[in-house]
Design a protein around this ligand. Sequence first.
Ligand code: SAM
Length: 154
Amino acid sequence: MPIKIVCFNKISKEYEILNKFYFNKIQKFTNIEIMEIKEIDYGNVKENQSKNEYNINERILKLKDYEFYLLEINTKQLDSIDFSKIIDRNINEKSGNICFVIGPSDGFSENFKNNYINKISFGKITLPHQLIRIVLLEQIYRAFKIINNQKYHK
Ligand SMILES: C[S@@+](CC[C@H](N)C(=O)[O-])C[C@H]1O[C@@H](n2cnc3c(N)ncnc32)[C@H](O)[C@@H]1O
């Protein structure tokens, strides 16, 4: 599966339609899988982070030949063209696989972030993890439209 998105919890009713809408559009270009991890509230931020991050690693470290990208607010901000270049480089040039990881409600710990090289931000605003999932899907779809020179991106 060339693109995987790792995120927390099942999509809620409010976002379901958009999730399906962009997911189906992306599937016209490539295969994509959304891997949902159940987020657990263990009682405090540090414990929530370390245990939920453990669950992320459990899922993604098994993936072979994937390049991982953490979604992170306070890191390099990308515009849609920069983002499309990441998709193009990985999927088309290297014929590689790419895995985007969205953090849980408390975000990632510094320790976890230090273990991953690639981090991308869609801006300085904090979006709920379900909404950033929709934004990410839309940007992946937009990236394929840009790469294929199809009318959409303005
Ligand atoms: C509710 S946010 C976490 C907020 C937390 N205080 C932090 O600073 O990361 C949940 C996740 O959504 C993603 N996210 C939210 N806004 C984002 C943005 N503007 N750019 C990239 N990722 C974002 C990140 O993966 C984040 O870990």
